[in-house]
Design a protein around this ligand. Structure first.
Ligand code: ZN
Ligand code: ZN
Length: 610
């Protein structure tokens, strides 16, 4: 039996209610300390909650902000409110009543006006149906809110919540709006869960790819280049080259062929694919030359479709698997950018598989097998596939309007995954525009969750591009298209790998594999010979010939997480040997140079992790 889990929406869990209630209690505590605070929004989020506040200006006219001491005081007051076991009382109100209730609260008034017009909910998110306006009151604090909450404040575990940090956030995420103070907190059902989470946060902070990316000289961002556009330093260059070489090797073995496509394309192509106008918000605006509009591409698919359609195809050509590490550009709002995880330029481990309906199962399982192969090499042992399906109500708007094809395709994917014992959860109403989608969620060594890769089944694009092949019976048929990117983008994958390995990459990926350390100047010539020998064997080795003391050189190599350090003194020089130290600190003593070469090249070739 495949491990099919029931998907319980977060909104329906006890944790969600605890966190939401904690946000309200925090807001009450804040108002008691800063009576003229203005409230924005305070939703539960993954692992906790936040609330955005505007503390107004001080006598000198400067914007007031929270301090670390405030956090302690707020936390203390929250515990008292929790002890009071105040009920969370629900009330529906008219827009008029709501506006009266929130006099002097401009952000709430703006939200109420949005609710009144039926455009947004109390978090400012777009809604389709006109919602009722409601409030929740606990103790002395009333908030615009639709719930849900716990019954009374006493149900928030007083020893299992903590305020974490103060951050800046723009009202409605728009940098033209006032900047607010966002207080982040976390809350759990019991103290052990909180302790575990705090420990995890500490570990995650140490592994943060933005910090390690800088420390290990992997990538940078530059103001004049622009946000979300990473510059890969030489060490990052090695990581990219290695990943790409690995992907090519795996894909070639699996029968893929490689193509290359330009970064720019005429508008016509994206009109044909349907990305325009629907996807325009995520695309950079067009440029016009000689009366023709061009876009930088946000995805590679339409160009691959053109390659499929570039000559008559027969069933003998199928499956056709076109692969490309394609560079794409997508516009993400400044507020959404995050290290390498959310960027504006990206290179994707992309491929499109064109196949017949009969070939679908085998091709689809072939893609799943690729994932497993990668998971094994990268020591990823926790993952789940999220199978996103359509919903009738989105047909013609969010989804291609063909209910029969949706049902058929989804049924086909479900059957294949069930037969193949692939663990998955089904998530309704989150499919791609043109077909059901599988997102692969993986967990790093510290348990941080990442959504890496997607795998999509597309029945809509091939007909839009008039793609056909001649079947064995001599009939024109439309192929199915599988979009897949198991290694995600270089940006996201390397961001993930940095955190997963805490920067200590396996030897095959490590930007520098060997640091050769002469003890004294008289060992320099010999270390250069060793360097030559190692490089000839394909190892990325370098002599540290700086004037640092040996101890310092070892510390530096360890700080850069270089897998192997070879220390050379008189004895090693005499015996044509090196003293091998591992980055873990383990000292393996003197070994002949050739023995080290055989050992290290073996580890690299086998992609072992040590
Ligand atoms: Zn609320
Ligand atoms: Zn695609």
């Amino acid at each position: 039996m495949p491990d099919m889990q029931e998907f319980v929406p977060y909104e329906e869990t006890l944790l969600y209610r605890i966190r939401h209630s904690a946000a309200h209690v925090m807001a009450q505590a804040v108002r008691e300390i800063y009576p003229d605070v203005r409230f924005a929004i305070g939703p539960p989020i993954e692992n906790g909650f936040y609330y955005d506040f505007d503390l107004g200006r001080d006598e000198a006219g400067a914007q007031r902000h929270f301090t670390e001491e405030d956090l302690e005081q707020i936390e203390k007051r929250m515990r008292e409110i929790i002890k009071g076991k105040h009920r969370f009382a629900y009330k529906e109100v008219s827009a008029e009543e709501a506006k009266k209730l929130f006099t002097g609260q401009p952000y709430k008034i703006e939200l109420i006006e949005g609710l009144e017009r039926g455009e947004v909910d109390e978090y400012g998110n777009e809604v389709k149906t006109r919602p009722v306006i409601s409030t929740y009151t606990q103790d002395t604090f009333e908030d615009l809110c639709r719930g849900p909450h716990v019954e009374h404040t006493g149900q928030i575990p007083a020893n299992a919540f903590k305020l974490l940090s103060i951050a800046g956030a723009y009202w409605r995420g728009d940098e033209n709006n006032p900047q607010l103070d966002r207080l982040y907190g976390t809350a759990w059902e019991k103290k052990e869960d909180l302790d575990k989470y705090i420990e995890l946060l500490e570990e995650a902070r140490k592994r943060d790819h933005r910090k390690l990316g800088r420390d290990l000289e992997i990538f940078i961002f530059d103001d004049e280049v622009g946000p979300g556009l990473p510059l890969w330093l030489p060490n990052g260059g090695v990581l990219i080259e290695q990943l790409e070489a690995f992907a090519k090797e795996v894909e070639e073995r699996a029968g893929y062929v490689r193509v290359r496509t330009p970064h720019l394309t005429k508008e016509d192509l994206f009109l044909r694919s349907g990305h325009l106008p629907y996807y325009a918000e995520s695309m950079y605006p067009p440029m016009e030359l000689e009366g023709v509009r061009y876009y930088v591409k946000p995805m590679n698919c339409p160009m691959h479709h053109k390659i499929f359609g570039s000559k008559p195809r027969s069933y003998r050509d199928l499956p056709l698997r076109l692969a490309e590490y394609g560079t794409c550009y997508r516009f993400e709002r400044s507020g959404e950018l995050f290290g390498l995880m959310r960027v504006r330029s990206m290179q994707m481990n992309d491929a499109h598989i064109y196949c017949s309906v009969e070939q679908f199962e085998q091709e689809f399982m072939g893609v799943i097998a690729l994932y497993h192969q990668y998971f094994k090499v990268f020591n990823i042992d926790r993952y789940v596939m999220r199978f996103s399906t359509h919903h009738r109500r989105g047909l013609g708007k969010k989804y291609v309007n063909n209910e029969d094809l949706w049902v058929q395709t989804e049924e086909m994917v479900r059957r294949v995954m069930t037969n193949g014992n692939v663990p998955f959860v089904e998530v309704p109403d989150e499919a791609a525009f043109y077909g059901p989608k599988i997102d692969v969620q993986i967990w790093s060594a510290t348990g941080r969750e990442f959504t890496l890769a997607t795998n999509q089944v597309d029945f809509a694009q091939p007909p839009r591009f008039d793609l056909t092949y001649v079947s064995a019976e001599g009939k024109d048929e439309t192929p199915l298209c599988i979009h897949r990117a198991p290694l995600s983008t270089h940006e996201r994958m390397i961001g993930f790998l940095i955190e997963h390995y805490a920067g200590a990459f396996p030897a095959w990926l490590a930007p520098q594999q060997v640091s050769i350390i002469p003890i004294a100047d008289r060992h320099l010539d010999y270390t250069r010979q060793v360097e030559r020998r190692l490089r000839d064997a394909g190892l990325r080795a370098e002599v540290n010939d700086s004037s640092d003391r040996m101890g310092n050189k070892i510390r530096k190599a360890q700080a850069m997480k270089i897998p192997y350090m070879l220390v050379v003194g008189d004895r090693e020089m005499e015996e044509n040997a090196v003293a091998l130290r591992m980055r873990s600190g383990e000292d393996r003593g003197a070994i002949p140079v050739e023995e080290f070469v055989a050992y290290a090249t073996g580890v690299v070739r086998e992609k072992q992790y040590e």
